[in-house]
Design a protein around this ligand. Sequence first.
Ligand code: ZN
Ligand code: ZN
Length: 424
Amino acid sequence: MPTCPICTAAFQIDPSDLDFYSKIQVPSPTLCPSCRAFRRLSFRNEKSLYKRTCDLCSKNLISIYPPDSKYKVYCHACWFGDKWDGLEFGQNFDFNRPFFEQFSALEKSVPHIFLFQDQSLENCEYTNYGLFNKNCYMAFSCGYCEDIYYGGTMAKAKSCTDCFKCIGTELCYECVDCLNCYNLNFCQDCIDSYDSYFLFDCMNCKNCFCCSGVRSGEYMMFNEKLGKEEYKEKLQKILRELTPEKITEYAKQLEEMSLKLPRKHMRGSKNENVTGDYNDNCGNLKDCFDCINNEKSAYTDSSHQSFDLCDCSYNIMCSLCYEVNGGANYNNCKFIYYGRNLQDCEYCQYCFSGKHLFGCVGLRNKEYCIFNKQYAEKEYFEMRAKIIEYATKTKEYGEFFPASSSPFPFDESVASYFFPRISV
Ligand SMILES: [Zn+2]
Ligand SMILES: [Zn+2]
């Protein structure tokens, strides 16, 4: 069993993992799954924001990069505009210098986008990591959402405020991990429920107040069934007298009730052959978290409608990908940090609509490029093979970008939420 050089834990590489590495043509990983996730997530700054200006048009911005950042930072219009082209930063690969050192130099020279915003957003200026959202504000890592305020990791949600990790919800407030719910307030881990307050682990409930572990309940308060009129009368009184202190009190009562009840070994529904937590409608997942409609994946989190992923985070509609963080519509991609619509790409950051890109940063609509330099098709494959051979010898090929090369300090990265005790 290999030992992780970072945390010193022994970790298993299963035959199914080896099959995947062989299919995607990468060496076996050297770090354990947790340290791999830590490294990948240390690149993701979701909500540490700063006031600064665009380095091209001087427009005032809210950005993930502070004003004294060493990066050139462009607003959305400038970054996606035609006043610059990523190929201007093209470099020849130097077979006497480490691969990651050269990649880091390229990455520092190319302008960065002020927030991770693609071109699918409508009226979502103050959002980061979004896809097909409309009219959202301070929403982070949301996809296919409308009218979301102060939300995180939401999908297909509408008119929700202060909610986190909810999917298919509407008109909800202060909810966490709810699925297909309507008009819920202060609820957690609920499925197919509506018009209720302070629920925990409830399914198919309506008109309930402060209940835990209830299935198909109606007109219930503190897990007790009431008559319809009695419930309505009591609820009206509670809502009339609701204060922040009372909210804290009900939340505490709910927690106390929930602690007396048994809990399911893992959260999620409609799964087959799945290990992990908070997965829904998935099949054949190993150690995956927060995945929806995924098939055949391992060590992957927050990915939707994808299959054949290993070590991926925050992806949608991706297939055959390894060590990818933040993407939509990728096929056969490895070691990618943020981008859209990529095919057969490796070691890329912030690339949009690309095919056969290797070691590229900030390219749009390009094919056969290496370190932002254009090659002819045949030359591309020859050069790529040479670099892979070289970077395999230097033990760099097969590793995600080193955490130390992240543009963001550890405390601002998502890695700090999931791995608060690991220091870098
Ligand atoms: Zn480790
Ligand atoms: Zn600008």
